[in-house]
Design a protein. Sequence first.
Length: 306
Amino acid sequence: MFITPLQQASCADRNSVSCGPDPSDWIAPSLPVGWRLLSFHFFVDWMQSPPHLANRVWLARQVRFEHESEMAKELESNLLNMFNQSDDRNCFDGLEDVCRKYSHDLSAMILPDIPVSVITEQTPIWVIRRTENADLGIGKYSVNSLKKAIQFHSGGPVKVGTKGLTYGTSAVECFLSGSDAAFPGDADGVVVDDQNQVRCVIEYKKHTIGDALDNHLINRYYPSPDGRKYKRLEALRLHYERVNQSPTPLVIVYFSTREPVIRLQEIDRLNDDSVDIRRDSGNINIDGKHSNDISKQVIQWLGIQI
C-alpha cells in the first residue's frame, strides 16, 4: 500500500483521470524564499447567514492498496509510519503552523482508493491528528462516522445536488456526493509568506469546452450554479482578513484545456445576484512559455515582490 495525493477522476471509473495542466505550477516556482502554496479542505457553517467559517481543516490523502486483502488488516501503525516518513508529514507540519495562527484545528484524512461501487457506510477511513503528548496519532473510523463529522462541522446536512458528482477527487467524495453529507470543498491555493501569514486565496477554474474562455467567467456561474463555492471561499478570505487586519485578496485563475490561455480576476465583492471584479488581467497567451516564466508573470500580477 502507499499514500498518494487526491486525484480528480471519473466517479464511474477511477482510472479515468481528468487531464489538464496543474495551475500550482504557474504560482509556486516564483514565490519568494520561505513562501508556500498550500491546499486543504475546510468547512463553513451553512446555518449562519452569511456562512461562517468553521474551525476544522482537513489535509486529505488517499491510500492505495496493492491487494484488496490489505484493507482488512489492522494497518494503523503502518499507515502512520508511512505518513511520518513522507512529504505529507512536512506538509502537515507546515499547514499546522498556519492553522495555529488562524485558530484552525487540523486533521489528516486518509481515504481508501477503491472503486466507488464497493464503498459502504462501514468502509474504513483513517484520521491522523496531534495528540495530547504532541505526537501524531492515528484512529480508524467508518464512512458513516465521517458523514456525521461532515454534518457537524457544516452546521447540518449538506448536499451537492440531486445527481451527485460525475468527477471527484476521491472515491469517498464520489460516494458521499449522493448523500446529505457531501465532502467539504477545498481551497485550491493559499499563498502563505515566511511568517505563516496568508497573503492570497486562489481558486482554479478549468475551462474545457470549445466556447471562448471569456464567455465563462465567474459572472456566468454566480450566483447559480456555483454560489455556494464562492460564498465558502469568501468566508475563508474574510477570516484571514480579520486576523491579518489587512486586505487578503480572493483571485480566480482561469485556464483552458483547449487553447494556451489563462486569465486572472480578483473579486471585489460578492453581491446577492452578481460579482464585482476589482482587477482583471485579460487573456494571457502562454503558448510556448515555460511554467517558470508564466509563474513570474502571475506572481507579478498578484503584487508579490520577488
